[in-house]
Design a protein around this ligand. Structure first.
Ligand SMILES: C[S@@+](CC[C@H](N)C(=O)[O-])C[C@H]1O[C@@H](n2cnc3c(N)ncnc32)[C@H](O)[C@@H]1O
Length: 450
């Protein structure tokens, strides 16, 4: 694809890279590299219809290949499309099941959903996105992947500073940037580029880094990444950060084939900068990226949780129990939280989160309606097949019609007497269905229909 690089861009990189710049420019003209991830939160998660013959060296769940957004593997959250370089960010962060993790710039959620799967949906993940439209997309991707341990917030990084100082064990800043590394994936983005824009981005990133520093607990780890080549947004910002916060230090990250050391001479000549890494598409099989890992010195501060009121009324439990007795094989009351008429299995009941703009706290179980409880799509996407009393496997025609919004007419009287059944296609649960009178009524959310 022809990408219209500006003369300013070319001159800048010819000055920085000499002859190699021409190789970079021609790599930007090549097709971008498609890849996807499996989702270990799903049962039998390797059972997908995409080829797993081309694994990505540094990601145990990453593969080269292209995903169809209408396939059952995508709709049921078995796969997530993500370009290969971006996958390494989460591997470097290395979140675990016991961590409290903050992803400050999280939408649309490719790194956050990877983080949650590495945490086995345990611990606490706060996925924040400043832009409200993008935050909603983030929330629906988290729902599709069946994630339970995540709070989705729509705030500025600064909004966290009052209550979360020295709080998070791991913080990811996948910074908004000038996007030079994505020019070939998104040729439109070239139009926004200018030397001034790079400066503006670098400045905004320093504000985000300032907040992130405050929010990271002592002893905790921060990963800073961009998908741009510019020294201002990468080596120079890290050099600035290290000077600003002497209790932060870089740790080396492993470099796989095609990955390169960052360039101290593009920063302030601090030799420590080689610990960061760069990916240039002329050498690396993926888009352009910069990433580094930093540790905050000191012993972690303890952050005792003060619980909020769960908002539940006495009769609410009865409604959910009635639903569960009829339709599920069991029910555990874990971290239930009622917000207006919605019931969540909260990722956290800590009152520090009060005051933030929360789109989703953990798993949305369902909604209380007049004297009954109706389950939410998020719940079915997180349930395992053995937790449901009835699963009905659709054939291809029924599946396609259900996605359109049609009900399923059953010719034989089936022997299920419960109302809410799990619907699967190719043995992957993707929706609830409401059974009544030889029909499975369509309850697939209108926003997801196709
Ligand atoms: C590179 S994207 C994040 C991609 C995401 N981590 C993923 O893997 O899907 C950067 C995000 O930062 C957000 N952003 C823009 N300005 C911001 C600011 N001042 N503070 C925090 N985030 C900002 C953008 O809306 C955008 O969603």
């Amino acid at each position: 694809m022809k990408v219209d690089l500006s003369e300013d861009f070319k001159t800048k990189y010819r000055d920085l890279m000499g002859e190699r710049a021409e190789k970079l420019f021609s790599a930007i003209e090549n097709d971008s590299q498609e890849a996807f991830r499996l989702n270990p939160l799903k049962p039998d998660y390797k059972n997908v219809s995409y080829s797993l013959d081309n694994p990505i060296e540094y990601s145990p769940i990453g593969f080269f290949g292209n995903i169809n957004g209408n396939s059952i593997d995508h709709l049921s959250g078995y796969v997530y499309s993500q370009e290969p370089s971006a996958m390494y960010v989460t591997e470097i962060l290395n979140p675990t099941e016991n961590d409290k993790v903050l992803d400050l710039c999280a939408a649309p959620g490719s790194k956050t959903t990877y983080i949650a799967s590495k945490m086995d949906s345990q611990g606490l993940l706060v996925s924040n996105e400043i832009n409200d439209k993008r935050a909603r997309v983030l929330s629906s991707n988290i729902e599709r992947m069946g994630i339970k341990n995540t709070i989705v917030t729509n705030n500025s990084p600064k909004d966290f500073e009052k209550k979360f100082n020295n709080f998070f064990d791991k913080v990811l800043i996948d910074a908004p940037c000038s996007g030079e590394g994505m020019f070939r994936k998104d040729p439109e983005s070239v139009k926004y580029w200018s030397l001034d824009y790079v400066e503006q981005c670098a400045n905004r990133q320093r504000h985000i880094l300032d907040s992130a520093y405050k929010l990271l607990n002592k002893g905790g780890a921060m990963v800073y990444s961009t998908c741009t080549f510019s020294p201002e947004e990468n080596e120079q910002n890290v050099a600035w950060f290290l000077k600003q916060y002497p209790d932060m230090h870089l740790v080396p990250v492993k470099k796989y084939s095609g990955m390169e050391d960052a360039k101290p001479e593009w920063g302030d000549n601090n030799p420590e900068l080689v610990k960061a890494l760069r990916m240039f598409p002329d050498k690396f099989n993926g888009e352009g990226h910069f990433m580094c890992k930093l540790i905050k010195d000191g012993d972690p501060e303890e952050n005792k949780e003060r619980q909020i009121n769960d908002g539940l009324k006495k009769e609410d439990f009865g409604f959910v129990q009635k639903f569960s007795k009829a339709n599920l094989t069991g029910l555990e009351k874990i971290n239930w939280l009622k917000i207006s008429d919605f019931l969540y299995q909260a990722a956290s009941l800590d009152n520090r989160f009060k005051g933030l703009h929360i789109l989703r706290n953990g798993l949305k179980l369902g909604e209380f309606k007049k004297n009954r409880f109706e389950p939410d799509i998020a719940w079915i996407l997180a349930l395992k097949p053995d937790e449901l009393k009835t699963i009905y496997e659709l054939n291809q025609q029924q599946f396609e019609r259900y996605l359109h919004g049609e009900s399923v007419i059953l010719n034989d009287q089936p022997d299920f007497d419960n109302k809410w059944i799990g619907l699967s296609y190719q043995n992957k649960l993707f929706s609830w269905g409401r059974y009544s009178n030889r029909q499975i009524k369509n309850v697939y959310p209108k926003g997801l229909r196709r």
